[in-house]
Ligand binder design. Structure first.
Ligand code: FES
Length: 249
C-alpha cells in the first residue's frame, strides 16, 4: 500500500567485499546519488549472508533488505553468489507462504567497476520499498517464526548435508530447492506448534491443526516426529484425543 511521499525507507544492503562494496565505493567517489537512509554492511562474500541476517535486519527496523554480490562467474569463493541466490529464492518462497511481500528483499549483482549500476540498483529498490510503505507491524510475528525455523538445528543440519550433496552432483538443483522449501515450511509449522504450547498449554492434534492452520494429517506427522525425538510427550486426554506438552514441563 502506498504511503505518504515523506516516507524515507530504511534499507540495509549486504555487499560483498570484492565487487559490490567496491561498486558502492566507486558510486560514492563518482558522486552517484543514492538513498540516504541506506546502511551498507560489508561481508566477504554474498554467500556469507545467512537468511537469518536478513530477517534480523527487518526485525530491527529495516523496511527492505538487499544482498549485492559479484556477477556469476566472478565470486572470489567460486560458488558463494550461487549459494546466496538459492538462499534468497528460498526466503522469497517462505515470504509468500507466510503472507509477506517478497519484494521487500532482493538480491542483485554489481561489480567493482559498476558505480552507476550500484546507484541505479539501490535507487530502484528504494523506490519499490517507498511504494510498499513502512514494514507492517504485523510482519514481526511472521519474521520471528521464520527465524525460529531457520535457526533450528534440523534445518541447519539438513542444509549442510544437502548442500554438500548438491555441490557433489548427487542432487539436482530443482530437487534441492524443493527439499529445502518443504523442510523450512515444516520447521515453521513446528515452531508454531511449540508457540501454541507456550501460549495455550497442552494441545491435541485438532487444536494444533486449528492454531497452525494446516490439516490434522500434517500435524500427526509432526507429532510422530517430535515424539520420536523426545521433544513432546503425552500428558493427558481431551475429547478422545491425546494431549501433548513439551517433554519435562
Ligand atoms: Fe563476491 Fe562471493 S566474493 S559474491
Amino acid at each position: 500500500m502506498a504511503e505518504s511521499t515523506s516516507f524515507e525507507p530504511k534499507i540495509v544492503a549486504f555487499t560483498c567485499n570484492w565487487c559490490s562494496y567496491a561498486g558502492a565505493d566507486l558510486a560514492g567517489t563518482s558522486r552517484v546519488q543514492y538513498a540516504p537512509n541506506m546502511r551498507i554492511i560489508r561481508v566477504m562474500c554474498s554467500g556469507r549472508v545467512e537468511p537469518t541476517f536478513i530477517l534480523e535486519a527487518l526485525q530491527n527496523g529495516a523496511d527492505g533488505v538487499c544482498v549485492l554480490g559479484c556477477h556469476f562467474g566472478d565470486c572470489h569463493y567460486i560458488s558463494g553468489n550461487y549459494e546466496a541466490a538459492r538462499r534468497m529464492e528460498l526466503l522469497k518462497k517462505l515470504f509468500k507462504d507466510i503472507g509477506m511481500d517478497d519484494r521487500r528483499i532482493m538480491i542483485e549483482r554489481v561489480s567493482a567497476s559498476e558505480g552507476d549500476r550500484f546507484g541505479s540498483v539501490v535507487n530502484a529498490f528504494t523506490e519499490q520499498i517507498r511504494e510498499l510503505g513502512p514494514l507492517p507491524e504485523d510482519y514481526q510475528e511472521s519474521l520471528s517464526l521464520m527465524r525460529g525455523a531457520l535457526e533450528g538445528e534440523r534445518l541447519r543440519i539438513v542444509l549442510g548435508s544437502t548442500k554438500r550433496a548438491f555441490e557433489e552432483g548427487e542432487i539436482e538443483e530443482e530437487r534441492y530447492n524443493t527439499t529445502m522449501h518443504d523442510i523450512a515450511l515444516e520447521e515453521i509449522e513446528r515452531v508454531k506448534m511449540m508457540k501454541a504450547l507456550t501460549e495455550n498449554g497442552p494441545q491435541t492434534v485438532p487444536e494444533w491443526a486449528e492454531y497452525v492452520g494446516v490439516p490434522k494429517m500434517r500435524i500427526w506427522r509432526h507429532v510422530l516426529a517430535l515424539t520420536q525425538k523426545n521433544v513432546i510427550e503425552v500428558v493427558g486426554e481431551k475429547e478422545h484425543y491425546m494431549q501433548y506438552q513439551r517433554r519435562g514441563v
